[in-house]
Design a protein around this ligand. Structure first.
Ligand code: NAD
Ligand code: LMR
Length: 325
């Protein structure tokens, strides 16, 4: 087995963290042959619960788990980290938008960015899950001046998976046959789930579903899916979020399989009418541990307008958090 890879998870005793830690320790992120040290970070009041998580990890006797570091000190949690999952933050409750969390959660990410800058591996890959994820990624990255902003990303993979599942159900095909789905923009109710480029079992999705559905119910269902889960469960998505986080990081590290693309929120470069200076979700392909935005897609006016709307929201969020950057 090769030298131990350092994987840090904040909020590790929370709902998502509790899923993530075990799946990663069992080899689902980097493969069973890769030794892993889990660096689990919590706030002081949750340290007793975190000790319990560490005990359960030990009790799993995972082959690939080398060590568990459980700490409420960010410096220790991020020391030498190769992969970082920034999950720890307050989740929204019923009736809230994710942006309502901005004031409370933003400070967490400015401090974490600064500590990552000092203590993580300079090439660490950082995935922000805590909401509002895109703007938290911008805050963390802005506070880590020695790290390449390309090493930060925010999670829209859950929205991507939700969109694939909705399209599969509508067309009566298995979800594994859906390709080229895209989530544009913010992980919020303005996100634009776009099936205009997608294929199902090799056929254009637009030839299989009605335009009214593609431009109406499909979009709103995906945009509101997080709220629907909160309404049903009384608490926000956790297992599906942890699954998406692992898929996001795994594809970033190992490449997007089979010529397909995935959705990741990465530093905006102005392409497709998106704003620069925010973290914006695009279709991306990953290879050799790096990502590239998919170029040359032909987008109609409907799509361009949706991209403009979600980009405006991200600019507003950036303005609201400007004192932390
Ligand atoms: P949770 O309340 O169950 O767990 C959060 C954990 O974070 C708690 O244990 C808490 O003690 C810890 N925490 C709080 N502040 C911290 C800090 N400064 N440092 C380290 N740990 C800290 O919440 P959850 O359900 O696990 O959700 C976590 C976040 O992920 C929320 O903001 C939620 O909205 C977000 N989320 C995002 C997506 C996405 O698709 N991007 C999906 C689901 C949830
Ligand atoms: C989700 O999309 O499920 C999460 O962002 C949680 C939420 O607040 O909706």
């Amino acid at each position: 087995m090769s030298a131990s890879t350092q994987v840090a998870i904040t909020g590790a005793a929370g709902q998502i963290g509790y899923q993530l830690a075990f799946r990663i320790a069992s080899g689902q992120l980097l493969g069973h042959g890769q030794s892993i040290t889990l660096r689990l970070v919590e706030i002081a009041p949750a340290m007793q619960a975190l000790e319990g998580v560490a005990m359960e990890l030990e009790d799993c006797a995972f082959d690939s788990l080398e060590e568990v570091v459980a700490t409420d000190r960010l410096e220790e949690g991020f020391r030498g980290a190769d992969y970082v999952f920034l999950v720890g933050a307050k989740p929204r409750g019923p009736g809230m938008e994710r942006s309502d969390l901005l004031t409370e959660n933003a400070r967490i990410f400015s401090r974490q960015g600064a500590v990552l800058n000092e203590h993580a591996d300079e090439h660490a890959k950082v995935l922000v899950v805590g909401n509002p994820a895109n703007t938290n990624a911008l805050i963390a990255s802005s506070n880590a001046p020695d790290m390449d902003p390309r090493n930060f990303s925010a999670m829209t993979r859950l929205d991507h998976n939700r969109a694939c599942a909705q399209l599969a159900a509508r067309t009566g095909h298995h979800v594994s046959t859906v390709r080229r789905m895209t989530i544009w923009g913010n992980h919020s109710a303005t996100q634009y789930p776009d099936l205009s480029q997608a294929t199902v079992d090799g056929k254009a999705a637009t030839s299989l579903v009605e335009s009214n559905w593609a431009r109406g119910e499909f979009i709103t269902t995906v945009q509101q899916r997080g709220a629907s889960v909160i309404k049903a469960r009384g608490t926000s998505s956790a297992a599906s979020a942890a699954n998406a986080a692992i898929e996001h990081m795994r594809d970033w590290a190992h490449g997007t399989p089979g010529g397909d693309w995935v959705s990741m929120a990465v530093p905006g470069d102005g392409s497709y009418g998106s704003p620069e200076g925010v973290f914006f979700s695009y279709p991306v392909r990953c290879e050799d541990g790096d990502w590239e935005i998919v170029r040359g897609l032909d987008l109609d006016e409907f799509s361009q307008e949706k991209i403009r709307i979600t980009g405006e929201e991200l600019l507003d969020e950036r303005a609201a958090a400007s004192d932390l950057m």
